[in-house]
Structure formats: structure tokens, C-alpha cells
Ligand binder design. Sequence first.
Ligand SMILES: [Zn+2]
Ligand SMILES: [Zn+2]
Length: 419
Amino acid sequence: MISHELLKNMILKNTRKIAPFKGIIYTGLLAIMACCTSSSVTAQSGHVNPWAPVEVGPLPPIASLNDGMWLKGDLHVHSIHSKDASNNSVAKIISFSKSVGMDYLGITDHDNHVNGDVAHNTWADPEFKSDSVLLLYSAEWTTTRGHGNAFSAKPYDHQRLYDVRDQRDVVVGAVKKELGIHLSANHPSGKDHFGFSYDMVESIEVWNSAIWSKNANAIMIWDDMLSSGRKLTGRGGSDSHHGTPDSPDKATKNSYQAKANYVGTPTTWVFAKARTSQAVIDALTNGRVSVSANPYAPRVEFYADLDQDGKMDMMMGDNAKATGKPVRFRVQLTGNTSPDSTYKVSVVKNGDPFGTFKATGKTPVVEFTDAPATLGRTYYRVVVEGPPTAYPQVPGSMALSGNMVGLSNPIYFNFDPNF
Ligand SMILES: [Zn+2]
Ligand SMILES: [Zn+2]
């Protein structure tokens, strides 16, 4: 029997695709639903699950693994346009970001502090400019039901998103779609968790602030969303609010945070096709993303060789059809690795531990083989632990992140792009 809930979800899913006619269609479908739910009572014994795994149709080709560049940044930073921030002017954040080699930045001020008018506050700040750091048009959508970050390569009408913040998800989702923005669930567990449908977001903040240990529940939610078929990118964000005071008399009770949690704790890496804000957001959407403890920590790269010819065919974020043959996977740490240290690579398959491996040397590499199921979805993602990398500008962050080095996004098999 098809449950009432399931039918409602089907309707909402289809309604999203045909927004202009949704009123009519929704009413019509409600009538059909009433009919189906009553007649299905008698058809109970012949139940067929309409969502049972079927062979997935042709998938889009996998993009080049070479045609692009790794760019790093922070996707969650508050400036003085947030009322709960201190000593953190836009210019200070940008110059700091530049000094630690950031390629892009999302300054995400609380929109409720300016009644939604981010465009005439953060984005209109004369300091909101840079000749080297790509600045995203972004804001923290701060609502009664929780927080999310909006990202765009160009200015958009954020006021509209703010104005529907307490409306039903179908209303919010339609506005979000019209604005053409990337929406991301913030700190999804705990205070101000994202209390909206995850069908509205392209990514989720799986690593909020330098304090890695408090993200366990966010990772659990991510695995649940992935396991249910949602191809959702995991990203980081420092959520830093407080900069170093220019003089001792400007210090606030929170100024100590500048040395413990600031721009880059953690750092989100994206494999972008070009050095543009749009390419950063595209990569964030397609999942070619990994997160590292800070800008100097090694970057986690995760690849798969589908035909075992020794040449990698896909990377994290990519989705391929499973052939039934074994796939060779490679995890690689790039950058400031510690040659004398051992890194622990934990592989997660469909939300469950798959195995742990050890990696050493200047370019630590781990390879493993597995055959993803030919029918139904499979995903693999990795978490890397090891010695902390020094971040002299934010020295207190090392202890807070502990042995967490970085995490990858999943490599996907048989995920339905039209889910
Ligand atoms: Zn928040
Ligand atoms: Zn925030």
C-alpha cells in the first residue's frame, strides 16, 4: 500500500518541477490521492514498492580529472555587519584570508541583523572587494527554524529569501529556486540546527568551527541524507565572529576566539574548472570538495579507477554506474604532510565503517578495492586522522581539531540525478 506520506512526497516532488501550475496540480493530485489511498486498502496484498531500486538510466559523463584547479576557502565567516561579531571588519577578514593563501571567501553575516537587507550592508561595504580573493555573495539565512548559508557568484535578491523564512518549505523552496542560489544547511545538529527539508539544499556543513568533536551528529545526519539517495555535498565553515583587536582597549570578552577559531578552521577545498566565483559554487554543488583542518593541513583527494587500468576515472563528487566489476579506489594526501608520521584513513561505505588503512611517506596514499552493487546505490567517503598541522596565525585551533586532518566527499554509484 502506498502510504499517505509517500504520496504527499511524490506530489511535492513533482510540484517542484512545475511551480507555475502548482496550485492547480496540487489540488488535482490531492483528489487523486484521496481516491488512491482508499482503493489501495483493498490492494494491500499486491503491494509493489514504487521506489524499489531499479537500474539507473544513463548518467552524465564524468568531468575531466585534470581540467581544473584546487581552490581553498572558508564558507562561513561573520563580519561586523553581524551584531554578535567583534573586531572583524570586512577588510580585516579579507586581508587575513589573503595572508594565509585563501582563494575564495564566503562572508555570511546574519541576515536578521539587517532585516534581510544584506545587499545594502555586507555587499555594499566599501571594503567588500579584493584583487586576489574571490568573494562570494553570501549570507547566513537566520530563521526561527534554524540557519543556512546562501551562496551566489553574483548579487541576488536575498531580501526575498529572508521574507519567506517562516513559510512552508514548498514556498521557501520555490523562492530559492527562482533566485538560482546555492543553499547550504548550517551546523545541522544542536542549536539553530537546520529545521527545513534537505531537499532544498545542495550542501551541508559537516564541519563547523575548529572544534571537530562537536560535529559527530552533523556527520550522522549527512550519512542519513546520503543513504536515502540525496547527493549532498559536505562542506566546512569556521563560523568565526571575532577578529584580533587593533588595540588592547578594543578587546571584547570573545576576543580570545580569534586565536582559536578563525578564517580557515576548517578550510574547504574545491576542484574548480576556473578561478571564478561561479566555478567555486559549481564545484560546491557537484561535490568535488574536501575539508581540511586548516589552510596548511594536507588536502584529502579521493579517486576511483573503474576499469582497473591504473588510470583514475573519477573523483569525489562524481557518480557512475556500477558495472559489477571491482573498482580500485585511491586516497591521497597532498600538501604539507609529515613524512615521518602515520595517517589513519577510515573508509565509510553507505554510512557504515568499511575499513581502516595506514598511510605514510611524503605523499601518503592508500588503495583499496571493492565492487559496488549493480542494483541500488552505493557511496564511499573517507576520513583522515593524523598529526595536526601547525596554523601559527590561529595557534589555539590545533588542540581543538585534535588529530582530525581532513575528510572527503563521497564517490557515488547508481545515484539517480533526477532524485
Ligand atoms: Zn548559525
Ligand atoms: Zn554563523
